[in-house]
Design a protein around this ligand. Structure first.
Ligand code: SAH
Length: 218
């Protein structure tokens, strides 16, 4: 069985959403770690992916994706895509209507813009995501660069999710979120959920006690 930690997270109540559980069961974490670490891919811990970075701990990804509440057809800005594991999970969720045999043409499959600032990881992530054909199908676009400046040309976004922690949530991300949209981002050792109520108003909630790699500006 792939990703056996999924059943633990269901029992522990971490998972609440069937579409998210399905994605975590389909996107094999072993496809997103370096070959010599495959045996450890199913343990609930972060693992090194090179360049001093890590593939996030499964529990953290599960917790953050549940807070994000991605929906079919969503356009998502992902900061720090690293191995591409979370990217592929999000791609599976936003495109799920397109997986069914449907007569509707040009239906919205959703889109993940996955930004990574380290070249070797940007390449590693793209190779991993391609194993699931999400790039060929146009559901994922991988972008090399510093995401702290935002991604204006593809904004506004239904959802924004970051995997590296800064001192504050960058202004550009708050601006590029649609009204009604959700942002999940680490700040120091907390995960923050922002829900955009209007152009300048946000509902915010803090979840403490996590560890992240730093968000690095170029
Ligand atoms: N979800 C990924 C997390 C990787 S760790 C996974 O599970 O594999 C976080 C990533 O954020 C690292 O790869 C790091 O290089 C990247 N990162 C840090 N600062 C960044 C920035 N300013 N822009 C884009 N990516 C950044």
């Amino acid at each position: 069985m792939i990703n056996p930690f999924v059943d633990d997270f269901i029992k522990q109540g971490v998972f609440k959403t069937p579409a998210i559980i399905e994605a975590f069961k389909k996107i094999d974490r072993a496809d997103f770690v370096p070959p010599e670490l495959k045996e450890r891919a199913y343990i609930n811990e972060p693992l090194p992916i090179g360049e001093g970075q890590t593939i996030s701990q499964p529990y953290t990804v599960a917790f953050m994706v549940e807070l994000l509440r991605p929906e079919a057809g969503n356009k998502i800005f992902e900061i720090g895509s690293g191995s591409g594991w979370q990217t592929a999970i999000l791609a599976h969720i936003v495109s799920r209507n397109g997986n069914q045999k449907s007569k509707i043409k040009n239906q919205n499959l959703g889109k993940i813009y996955a930004v990574e600032r380290i070249k070797a990881l940007y390449e590693f992530g793209a190779r991993n995501i391609a194993k699931y054909n999400f790039i060929k199908k146009g559901i994922v676009e991988t972008i090399f660069g510093d995401a702290t400046i935002g991604l204006k040309r593809h904004s506004p976004f239904d959802r924004i999710i970051a995997a590296a922690a800064g001192e504050a949530v960058p202004e550009a991300w708050l601006k590029e979120l649609k009204t009604g949209g959700r942002l999940v981002a680490p700040v120091k050792n907390s995960i923050w959920l922002y829900i955009k109520k209007s152009e300048k108003e946000f509902d915010k909630k803090e979840y403490r006690g996590f560890v992240f790699v730093p968000l690095v500006k170029d």
